[in-house]
Design a protein around this ligand. Sequence first.
Ligand SMILES: [Cu+2]
Length: 450
Amino acid sequence: MKLGCLAAARTTATKLLSAQMQPEPKPEAGAADFTLHIAPVIVELAPGRAISTIGYNGTSPGPLLRMREGTLVTVDVVNETDVPELVHWHGQLIPSEVDGSEEEGTPVVPPHGGRRYQFVPRPAGTRWYHTHTMAGADLHRSTYTGQFGFVFIESKSNPGRYDQEVFLAGRHWEPTIVHRGAPNNDWTVNYGSCSLTDRMLGHGDPIRVREGQRVLFRVLNADATRQLSLALPGHKFQVIALDGNPVPTPSAVELLTVAVGERVDAIVEMHQPGVWVLGSTRDEDRATGMGVVVEYAGKTGEPQWKAPDKSVVWDYTVFGTSGKAAEPDGRFELNVMMMPDEGQAFNRWMVNGQMWPKVEPYIVKSGRRYRLVLHNGMEDSHPIHLHRHSFEVVSVAGKPTAGIIKDTINVARNTTVEVEFTAKHPGPSLLHCHMQQHMDYGFKTMVKYA
Ligand SMILES: [Cu+2]
């Protein structure tokens, strides 16, 4: 990649996500590399469509934080709100004290106070940061707010050849709780608007491309509860990384499906001159803002949309290899159960028949490798996230695979997914569903070191 292209790419990213920060030479000893202010913000998704929420540094998404793998960073967090906060560094292998999870013992950032996070960023790749408080019935808290942003951890090696780099974070806004009937018979959260940039589809700048360019999209699902499926008519996504980690078999696909908390890095070769919608495959999501216009140089007109064929589905295993996992040192099962409808908003969840916080943690020994068998017998899908560790996907719905390294994985309804992790980051580690209303109401447990 040429330096000029990198500069251009950064301009694009800046345009889409309003701000980014790189560590600057410290003017004085003890100064932070980054400072995040948690405070009320108005997100103007479109003229007359302003969302009043909480964000980082006056924007949402928050600034893109560029860190260097292996180089200590200091982040000062200033909480200007009336409630305790936590900043979680999603996808990083860092100590519990700074991971940003109260369950692990990370101290909160007190209301109208501050706290310093210091850690060595790793591994390289597309990571993100977000609040890790519980929302419960308050849909103006936690991941329902605008408290999220990208962290990009630069590696020493070249991540691939591309001409532009574009960061996109999918989000739904204006949540309300509703009950839905069969087959789910559960409570779910509906939304009034969406965004993939800091504007709704049709507002803000398009992504401007030239024929022949290779554009690297770093896509994050920063939603509280909704899965994201994206397509760009006439184009394919060459998926090169999942959750920021290079995949063993980069493959071109028509559809990107990104569960809550996940990231997908994909390169698109621009060879269909025109004006297109890069957007959600759900019509109602596109209609309420989930998308961005891709505009080729010299082309004008209404942005075009065409849905991929219904037979096109997302399958993690196409990005894996056929290697067989060695027998692990230990094995844990995770079974999730939704409590029968109790007649009040929000369902409660049990893990292995236990209700948080009265759960038995999974006990691991340092240096050992463990298989986690994630069973989902429910009608909803669950994006399951393990803190402070990466895991290798071993099988998805009975299909074996190898070499895919992730920190969050979607377990589709009535499916079993197996993953393996090596216990090499001592300290309590949260294991939970990333859907906010599921983790709020019980869908979490812990991995602890003996
Ligand atoms: Cu869930």
